[in-house]
Write a protein that binds this ligand. Sequence first.
Ligand SMILES: Nc1ncnc2c1ncn2[C@@H]1O[C@H](COP(=O)(O)OP(=O)(O)OP(=O)(O)O)[C@@H](O)[C@H]1O
Ligand SMILES: [Mg+2]
Length: 435
Amino acid sequence: MDLWSELGYSANPYSVAPLPPSAEGAELLVGRERELKQLRVQLSSTDTHPTIEGENGVGKTSLMFVAAYRAASDFSSGASSQLLLPVAQTLQIGSDAEKFEKEAVLAILSSYFDYETVLEEAGLFVPQTQELETWLRRPVLEGGGGGGSIAGFGLTATRSQTLNTTSGFSEAGLKATARDWLSSTFPSRDKGAFVAVIDNVELLQTSKQARDVLEAVRDGVLDLPGVRWVLCGAKGIIRSAVSSPRLAGRISQPIELRPVPDSLIPELTRRRLHHFANRPDPNPPVDPEGFGHLYQVSNKNLRNALKYAQDFSIWLMGEDQLNASASDKRALLEVWMAEIADQHAQVASLQRGQWKLLDDIAQDGGSIAPGDHEKFGYGTPQAMRFHLQRLEEANMVDTTIDETDSRRKTISITPLGWLVRYRRSGFQKMGSAGF
Ligand SMILES: Nc1ncnc2c1ncn2[C@@H]1O[C@H](COP(=O)(O)OP(=O)(O)OP(=O)(O)O)[C@@H](O)[C@H]1O
Ligand SMILES: [Mg+2]
């Protein structure tokens, strides 16, 4: 039995997936006009790669997808002559620069398949991709074959080598081919570009690591013609990376993405509930008011609030309460939150010092830097670290140590930490959307 169809929805209205680069994504994106414009101007009028800095789950990937979708629709409607095409695959950068370069080039080349018709219609150069397609889709080659030329591509590849190895890849000359194609398709910025995301740069733990690997891919990935990379990251990593002199001329100052304002959360919820409704009287487990409350409890983290709404819906079904009245459902939401928070608080068995630190971090907005120890009454970073470790073991905070920058706010309260704190504060009304 599908919960959502039983409730009158064609899909999960609380889905935590990024908004897609489609009309649906554009309809569901709320409150980002200014940022969309900033991103769009950067894409169409500069040669540097745009960057977006914002906390996890704030909406970076969604913003970028919708911006790229809008740019593509402006082209089809004739409003713009610049063809900006979102690359479907988002890339994550690891510490292995060579591996990343290979993935990046392959992702861009795959976009030629996705956009063959669009490019043709726009009168832009389209390589004869058929043979490349066969080749890419058969990456582990049988072995034993001699050197073979891929007709029409000027590629000489040893067919016994696999694309999965770095040497196989570079010998194939794909990189050079990609460059040739891209500069033929998009000879200048005003013709357009593929727009691709490098997501979650903060997964590189330290800003030094991020700078090192971005510097390493500067020539090879960031300088590929006809490709605009949008770098997204949290916890100050982008801001820190763009300060590298070697990257300065290539990467734009970050667009800072703040949480969607409280005042727009009811509208955001309504749009989702309306968009996915497939009968006139759907039955939302979490209505705009309830969602506003979850958003406050999650410290304005959209992804976490959506996840809570989804989990609560499933719980409600288990409790046989899907048909409860709207006000009963809101009361049940409190019951559910208390239940989850209590389960976790009990298991955590934290001591006073740790609860106090959790409260202090929450009071300070939810994220602090290792260098903030004095502010919280600790003599040394190590003294604070002891309590942080216990909180981390209990999944209440998430910490990353950045040896190179003790001012980066790398310690933050987790979704669970926020829920437990809300419970501990005695269901204190939080923000304007409380009830
Ligand atoms: N402006 C918005 N309007 C409506 N929904 C949004 C908006 N921004 C984000 N969302 C929703 O919030 C969730 C998180 O968005 P997204 O994945 O884009 O965030 P992110 O910043 O890229 O996260 P991460 O740091 O984990 O990569 C998704 O479910 C997305 O649909
Ligand atoms: Mg993202």
